[in-house]
Design a protein around this ligand. Structure first.
Ligand code: FAD
Ligand code: NAP
Length: 335
């Protein structure tokens, strides 16, 4: 296993803020993952594509970069295929590959940056679909004993940007492979407003999964900052979920506030709308700011530090709390 020293983390994370990792091990197999975990001990950190991490200081412990590759069909029937990806595979490339094969289920999740291994961590979601919709199982190395464990959906406590790996099993499981059960006769999910409008603009009435894929790629390319150009980690905050009684109070005071009823009776609010109402959209101070098109995305224009981003996020959280009495929770992992 090759270990690099004094690695610039600005190149390994999409916020591109300055920080150094003392040691980085790139692992390409399960055995190398185990070896790296033994070498790094309990403080070793795991990194995929670095698109959901904000680094605020140098990392003194071993950083294990997941680079296990591979795409294998595990089983196939007339209706379904179960395909297993290495954790280091690029998420978007795998989605594009599935769409090319005609296997449906992941197309609404096109162009989400990062790796397959990180997808279950926060149960990535976009345009009305979350990865647990097609999730079959994952394999992970348990850091406490080096054994590989298999988790099925029922074991993962998937929720809105949530999983067991962020809570009860936080910092314990290193995901090496993820398998999805995809449809050979796909259903399309085109009920999300932006997707519907994009399909209309393209005169598509009976959308295929490829149509959805291309529509999502087009919408995202227009609206979201490309991390290769402007540093960011996507939505900095989660959309808050409040109880129905408080949602009604908010609706009475702010009738235009977007609200989305949840299956459990609670109500999801759009954090971007709350932040925008507080006047932050397009804000910039030095090299740190709030994206002009999407108020949920904090950005590093050039040489902002992680601490500056955190300070801005605290100011935004305070103003949303003061105006709406709603506490924003951070989605990005802060190191
Ligand atoms: P990293 O940032 O490297 O890691 C994230 C966390 O997971 C860290 O805590 C890390 O320790 C842990 N981790 C990573 N890999 C493993 C592993 N194999 N085993 C155990 N732990 C691991 N997210 C959405 O949900 N929906 C979106 O639509 C979306 N859009 C985005 C748009 C932009 C422009 C950007 C920059 C980000 C967006 N994100 C979105 C956030 C991000 O892309 C996802 O959370 C993605 O899954 C992170 O993958 P990654 O490999 O970069 O993870
Ligand atoms: P948008 O369409 O402007 O909508 C704003 C918010 O309203 C979204 O956060 C979305 O919640 C919610 N929403 C809209 N229509 C909804 C519906 N029919 N049912 C339930 N909730 C609805 O959002 P956007 O900023 O352009 O992002 C588009 C999609 O990409 C969203 O799903 C968003 O989550 C995802 N995205 C995620 C990240 C990230 O880093 N996590 C970054 C960029 C984009 P949801 O977020 O729950 O969908």
């Amino acid at each position: 296993m090759h270990i690099e020293h004094h690695v610039n983390l600005a190149t390994l994370t999409t916020f591109h803020v300055p920080a150094k990792a003392e040691k980085v091990a790139r692992v390409t197999t399960v055995d190398e993952t185990r070896e790296a975990l033994r070498a790094g001990g309990p403080t070793a950190k795991i990194l995929g594509g670095g698109s959901n991490v904000l680094v605020t200081r140098d990392v003194p412990s071993l950083l294990i970069k997941m680079e296990i590759m591979g795409r294998d069909v595990l089983s196939e029937s007339t209706d379904h295929v179960v395909v297993r990806f290495g954790a280091g595979e690029t998420w978007h490339a795998c989605v594009a590959w599935c769409v090319e094969q005609g296997w449906g289920g992941l197309e609404n999740l096109a162009l989400i940056p990062g790796t397959v291994g990180a997808a279950p961590m926060q149960n990535i979601g976009a345009y009305g679909v979350e990865q647990d919709r097609c999730f079959d199982h994952l394999e992970a190395v348990d850091r406490t004993n080096g054994e590989v464990q298999t988790f099925h959906a029922a074991d993962c406590a998937f929720g809105y940007r949530e999983s067991i790996f962020k809570h009860a099993l936080r910092d314990r499981m290193v995901i090496t492979h993820v398998a999805y059960r995809l449809r050979k006769h796909p259903e399309v999910h085109n009920d999300y407003a932006d997707v519907r409008l994009e399909l209309q603009a393209r005169n598509i009435t009976h959308a295929t999964i490829a149509d959805i894929f291309h529509a999502v790629v087009a919408i995202r390319s227009r609206k979201l900052p490309d991390p290769a150009v402007i540093g960011n980690a996507g939505s900095f905050f989660k959309n808050p979920i409040v109880d129905a009684a408080y949602a009604a109070v908010l609706h009475a005071t702010f009738p235009t506030m977007p609200q989305f009823a949840q299956p459990d009776g609670r109500v999801k609010l759009a954090a971007a709308w709350l932040i925008d109402q507080c006047g932050w959209k397009g804000y910039r101070s030095g090299d740190v700011g709030v994206h002009v098109n999407q108020a949920l995305v904090l950005v590093n224009y050039a040489s902002a530090t992680g601490t500056e981003v955190v300070d801005l996020s605290n100011a935004i959280r305070a103003s949303v709390l003061e105006r709406f009495d709603v506490m924003l929770e951070t989605e990005v992992n802060i190191w």
